[in-house]
Design a protein around this ligand. Structure first.
Ligand SMILES: Nc1ncnc2c1ncn2[C@@H]1O[C@H](COP(=O)(O)OP(=O)(O)O)[C@@H](O)[C@H]1O
Ligand SMILES: [Mg+2]
Length: 369
């Protein structure tokens, strides 16, 4: 078998057709650059495929992301244009690198929320949530779970189009009809956005996991910071209980099936306070009601994308309002990577050590909303 460096890739152009302009992201799996097509001048985002530690050739995680992105074509899902590669040369020790080439979006939601000059009206928040839920409805209809909902993975173009991004952890799901449990890994979803069923060890999960994340992001549109910032799984469940009430068989009949449910000894007398706690930030009754339905403990009772889009929140005044006008006042791109850390003091993010997967959670302090 030939080595990957020796192969020719007729459908895979040289990444040199793009001119790298700036680094805009440092994720778990590699760097992201803003770049421009030298010929057409189109702006793109180049996401490097990490090939280090790869003994088996092209990484399976990247293949999965590519396969899913090729299937998903929707105005609220980031568009994958092509895959490019760098040629093996002495300068890269004869290792070629692959890049996912995406249409460029000016901002991500984490970057926008961390900038206090960016102010969303209620109508604009409705537009963000409507597009986010529309994207989720689309991917779930195509039997894809996102599995990594968080503000940094929500992109927004300068004209105000929202795009779900980062399908690095996404996977196809199938409704299991043979009665056998699906054995998906439950080590997915950034801790702060992780739903209770995952924290309790569920491995046969479904679209409801992304709806919980949508709820966390919705609250963040007003609070401007993630609402439940646990530093361990145990602590995260505790924070969820404090906001959403105790996890009991009364609100979640099936919860007894989890070994962890009995082992963990979570407080059993907490009242549900979602609306009460968040009404200090959110004045709109419909918003509070939709949020309450997204942050439902029992995943079988949690609102799905279809019903969420039908919620009165979107169909009462003020109606969802285009973001383009508000965003046109901000000429600078806003990305999480370029923003000062949202939870600690200010300081240029670039001087931080390269983020390890959990690095952003190392020095956190609890913020309770
Ligand atoms: N198409 C894009 N346009 C603009 N920025 C992007 C694009 N894709 C990714 N980014 C930026 O790069 C960051 C990391 O990309 P992401 O796909 O989330 O990779 P990771 O799996 O490393 O988190 C995002 O949070 C976003 O700020
Ligand atoms: Mg990401």
């Amino acid at each position: 078998m030939s080595k990957i460096e020796d192969l020719e890739f007729p459908y895979c152009q040289d990444v040199n057709k793009y001119e790298k302009l700036a680094k805009i992201g440092q994720g778990t799996f590699g760097e992201v650059f803003k770049a421009r097509d030298r010929k057409t001048k189109t702006l793109v985002a180049l996401k490097k495929v990490l090939m280090e530690n790869e003994k088996e050739g092209f990484p399976i995680t990247a293949l999965r992301e590519i396969k899913i992105l090729q299937l998903l074509k929707n105005e609220n899902v980031v568009n994958l244009i092509e895959i490019c590669r760098s040629k093996a040369t002495p300068y890269n020790r004869f290792k070629s690198t692959f890049y996912l080439v995406f249409e460029f979006c000016e901002h991500d939601l984490a970057g926008l929320l961390s900038n206090s000059n960016v102010k969303f009206t209620l109508g604009e928040i409705k537009k963000v949530m409507q597009q986010l839920l529309n994207g989720l409805y689309y991917i779930h209809s195509n039997k894809v779970l996102h599995r990594d909902m968080k503000a940094a993975n929500i992109l927004i173009t300068k004209s105000g189009q929202l795009k779900l991004a980062d399908f690095g952890l996404a996977r196809a799901f199938s409704i299991n009809n043979k009665g056998q449990p699906m054995r998906y890994t439950n080590r997915v979803v950034t801790l702060w956005y992780r739903p209770p069923e995952l924290l309790l060890g569920e491995r046969d999960y479904g679209p409801a996991i992304d709806m919980w994340g949508a709820g966390c992001i919705m609250a963040e549109m007003w609070t401007r910071s993630p609402i439940m910032q646990g530093d361990t799984e145990q602590r995260q469940l505790q924070l969820i209980t404090q906001l959403c009430g105790s996890i009991t068989t009364k609100v979640w009949p099936d919860v007894e099936k989890y070994e962890l449910y009995t082992k963990m000894e979570l407080p059993k007398d907490q009242k549900r306070k979602v609306k009460d706690r968040l009404k200090a930030y959110i004045k709109d009754q419909y918003a509070l009601d939709l949020l309450d339905k997204l942050l439902t403990l029992d995943p079988t009772k949690r609102i799905d994308g279809d019903r969420a889009l039908d919620h009165d929140f979107f169909w009462t005044d003020p109606r969802p309002c285009e973001l383009g006008k508000m965003l046109s006042q901000h000429t600078m791109s806003m990305f999480e990577y370029l923003a000062p850390p949202r939870r600690r003091g200010a300081g240029p993010h670039q001087q931080q050590p390269v983020a390890k997967p959990a690095a952003s959670m190392d020095q956190h302090f609890d913020r309770i909303f």
